[in-house]
Design a protein around this ligand. Sequence first.
Ligand SMILES: Nc1ncnc2c1ncn2[C@@H]1O[C@H](COP(=O)(O)OP(=O)(O)O)[C@@H](O)[C@H]1O
Ligand SMILES: [Mg+2]
Length: 291
Amino acid sequence: MQAYRLLLLSGLHQLRKFTVDDHLVSIENLCFDYGGKPVLRGIDMHIPKGRVVAIMGGSGCGKTTLLRLIGGQLRPTSGQVKVAGEEVSALGLAELYALRRRMGMLFQFGALFTDLSVFDNVAFPLREHTDLPESMIRDLVLMKLQAVGLRGARDLMPSALSGGMARRVALARAVALDPALILYDEPFTGLDPISLGVIGHLIRRLNDALGATSIMVTHDVHESMQMVDYIYFISAGTIVAEGTPDEIRASRDPFVDQFVQAKADGPVPYHFPAPNIAADFGLTMDTGALA
Ligand SMILES: Nc1ncnc2c1ncn2[C@@H]1O[C@H](COP(=O)(O)OP(=O)(O)O)[C@@H](O)[C@H]1O
Ligand SMILES: [Mg+2]
């Protein structure tokens, strides 16, 4: 318990620095190209401390790229990303490393280390980033595992876990260092509906218990509406809609409608751009039935 209090105190000390800026994450006019190909175009986001925010959009619209820019793995082509008042792309390596220590990341397909037990997976970031004695690490790991309901599974190997359990261990590992900012890339992918609900609930609970801020990339609109404070919709590299879950439910925006109702066609077209259909099939009659 005392060990935990110590870590909590050092966490509070780190958090105090974040009062520099009301928004834990501020993104302004962010643009990013991959080798000249525009991926993000003029993104603006201001995320207050304590919030759980979802970023939604179809595959390839730039969601993972955005998380990597926030985490400092990529540098903006123009515009800026500030985390806790610090411009991420302006940080030197040591400062970036220090900032990353305050971030928890659960990346898409972010697998557990298969040759380490559940316990050692969660202990990994603590052993890597702190000099805490093994007895303290033990207490901290068991507390994180308790928080995700898997204290009893500490000695299992990842191959013995169900998909939902493995995701919960990954969650415990992502929050092992009591991060101030947690980034999740598609945390619900491949889960059955019950595990999906459990993970959604845990993301919210861990955020609130740690006093953290969470950004979650997902296309699970229904799960997100139940647990997040705010939602951004991205299409073709720009924010096309945003709001609280209530605002999104009430929205008449055609993009939101297409996404929430899972309609095949809408502002995001079903058809890839193609030549005129009559010309392609050598037809002169009415082609309505083929559209
Ligand atoms: N390393 C890379 N090099 C070039 N293009 C990339 C790279 N990574 C992603 N892209 C492209 O950038 C776009 C956005 O990718 P990504 O951010 O992964 O999308 P999302 O996570 O929304 O599915 C896609 O068109 C993708 O093909
Ligand atoms: Mg992605």
